[in-house]
Design a protein around this ligand. Sequence first.
Ligand code: ATP
Length: 221
Amino acid sequence: MKQNYAIIGLGRFGGSICRTLAEAGQEVLAIDANEDRVNEYMNIATYAVVGNAQDEAVLRSLGIRNFDYVIIAIGEDIQASILVTLMIKEMGVPHVVAKAQNEYHARVLEKVGADRVVHPERDMGTRIAHNLVSKNILDFIELSDEFSLAEIRVTNPKFFNCSLVKLNFRQKYGLTVVAIRRPNAKIIVSPSADEVVLENDNLLVIGNADDVDLLDRKLNE
Ligand code: ATP
C-alpha cells in the first residue's frame, strides 16, 4: 500500500530513509533548511523543499498534518528536534519517528509524543560490537531493554540433525527460535517444533541478551 512520508532533515540518516522509501515507490516529501541538501534530493524525493521546520507556518503550508508518517531526522540541534516533534504531534500526525542523539534526548522525545524513537548510531554500535565479540553472532538487534533478536551460526556438530523440540532452547535458555536461515533455501519463518537443525544453518532467536550470548557459546563450542 502506498503511504505518504515526510522527512525532516536530510543528513546521512534522513537521506538514506528518503532514498530507500523513494526506491520502494513511496511518496516522500523531503524538507531541509539547507538548500544544497535539498538540491541533492530534488530528483529522488517526490517533493524536496527548503524550509526551517521550527517555523510552524512552514509546516502548515506544507500540509504536514495530512501525512501518515513523519520522520524527524534532525541531528545536532536537539532543541529543534524536540520542538518540531512536539509541533508535529500536536498537528495530529499518527506516526512520528524521531532520531535521538542520546538517552536524555530520547526521553524528552518520548515525553513530547514521538511514537518511535530511534538511536541509529548506538544501535549500529551494539550490532557491530556483538559481531566482533562473537564471529558467530551475525546480527544483533535490541528490541527493548528485555529482548533482543540475534542471528547465530551453528558450528557445534552436537546440534546438527536435532529437532527444535529436542533442543528445547525455550526451556533451557528462555529463547525462542523465530526463523532458520538455511543456505540456498528459503528462510524458514516460525519453524515447527519438529524442524531439524542442519549443518550450516543460522538460527534467528529472540530473548534476553545474556541468554543469547550463552546459547551462542553452546552452539559454537
Ligand atoms: P546524520 O548523522 O544523519 O548525517 P546529523 O546527526 O549530523 O545527521 P545534522 O547534520 O545536525 O544531523 O542534521 C541533519 C539535517 O537536518 C541537516 O541537513 C540540517 O540542515 C537539517 N536540519 C537541522 N535543523 C533543521 C530545521 N530546523 N529545519 C529543517 N532542517 C533542519
